[in-house]
Ligand binder design. Structure first.
Ligand code: PMP
Length: 398
């Protein structure tokens, strides 16, 4: 069957991790992979997750199937997290949530669902974006178009161009937006800009699809939902794909959610029926363990408070490492201005390093950065920050 078939290209970021693992250099640093690491360079299991697992071990009575859209209590807790307590969307019962296998699963289910009812639509993605966005929406059958986003010259947002393009998007098309912590740039619209984007969606009639993979890792749980709140206020239909890989550290449990918001509870019920029909033919019903952990933590105030602390610590460490990198480069006499790294949000940063510098850092210093210069700030630790700053300063002097 496969003799005459060319092999699919390897995933570039995972390929980088493979190369890193095989590198014998004792000073090697992995700034490529997209997982949080603590100050010892490990990706920890949160203490609140361990506590929830201990509780589950005692109370779980059955491994029978979950409902198609997952545990209803999980769905309620996710809506509280995504929209905030007292949101009009919750009080008016306007959202349907399905527990999905990771944020990726949520994006794909959302895409499949939209494709069934908007077969002619295109999907608009930011330039640049997380590579899998193109893959997921292409696989679901959408033509892909791009809207301007990152400005390499100013290291900021091309906001006027972005807005002008979104004003031209045909009604019914899908616009995929990073709700916070844009991957790969780390550049997010501010509150006023989100309100303007949401107003364009309401005015033009395109369908906003928010990828919410990093809630709590930008500024904090509440501050990071600015985009969601802006779209919620317009009363339009929109989609939110949540991931709990990063903010609960549940990467391999494949835990996420897809939430479909409708203008009325009646429409939501119709949306929910089709959401379930879509899940049924993709994976029938979700894997339980990760969702049960999230539900247990969010249903128990002490555990939730502990989770909030642990999440705030992860977020705080990322902010501190951004600062340490900028200060470390300045202290080594690098006269290029890197202060924009401090303004970026979330785990990722477009470092502004040229491709030749990225290649040199890898070959000569065993520092692994994704092509295009994206670094995972969480890969920096107090043990490697000096080495990384020395190496970048040396590279820039050449
Ligand atoms: N969206 C973005 C922007 C991401 O960066 C990621 C993870 N790298 C995801 C979605 C998917 O996350 P998950 O691992 O939960 O599928």
């Amino acid at each position: 069957m496969w003799k005459s078939v060319a092999a699919a290209p390897a995933d570039s970021i995972l390929g980088l991790t493979e190369a890193y693992k095989n590198d014998p250099n004792p000073h090697k640093v992995n700034l490529g992979v997209g997982v949080y690491m603590d100050n010892t360079g490990t990706t920890p299991i949160l203490q609140c997750v361990k506590d929830a697992e201990r509780i589950l071990l005692g109370v779980e009575q059955s491994k029978s199937y979950l409902p198609i859209s997952g545990d209803p209590q999980f769905g309620r807790q996710i809506q509280r997290l995504v929209f905030g307590e007292g949101s009009d969307i919750i009080t008016n019962d306007r959202a349907a949530t399905a527990h999905s296998p990771g944020g990726t699963g949520g994006l794909r289910i959302g895409a499949e669902l939209i494709k069934r009812f908007r077969p002619e639509a295109a999907t608009w993605i930011s330039s640049p974006t997380w590579a899998n966005h193109r893959g997921i929406f292409t696989a679901a059958g959408f033509p892909i178009k791009e809207y301007p986003y990152y400005d390499a010259a100013s290291k900021g947002l091309r906001f006027e161009d972005l807005l002008a393009t979104l004003n031209q998007v045909p009604a019914g098309d899908v616009v995929l937006l990073h709700a916070c912590c844009h991957n790969p740039s780390g550049v997010d619209p501010d509150e006023d800009q989100w309100q303007k984007i949401a107003a364009v969606a309401a005015d033009r009639g395109w369908l906003p699809f928010l990828d919410f993979a990093y809630q709590g890792l930008g500024v904090g749980i509440e501050a990071d939902r600015t985009a969601v709140t802006a779209f919620a206020a317009t009363g339009v239909d929109f989609f939110v794909a949540s991931s709990f890989s990063k903010n609960f550290g549940l990467y391999n449990e494949r835990t996420g959610a897809i939430t479909v918001v409708s203008p009325t509870a009646e429409e939501k019920n119709i949306a929910l029926s089709h959401l379930k029909a879509t899940v049924r033919v993709c994976y029938s019903n979700p894997p339980a363990h990760g969702g049960l952990i999230v539900k247990t933590i969010l249903s128990e105030p002490t555990l939730e408070a502990h989770w909030r602390q642990e999440l705030a610590a992860m977020c705080g460490r990322i902010v501190a490492m951004r600062q340490a990198l900028v200060d470390g480069l300045a202290a080594r006499g690098v006269n290029q201005d890197f202060s924009y790294i401090k303004r970026q949000k979330g785990m990722f940063s477009f470092s502004g390093l040229a491709d030749e510098t990225v290649a040199w850092l890898r070959e000569c210093k065993a520092i692994y950065v994704v092509g295009g210069g994206r670094i995972n700030v969480a890969g920096l630790t107090s043990a490697n920050i000096d080495y990384v700053c020395d190496s970048i300063a040396e590279a820039l002097r050449q």
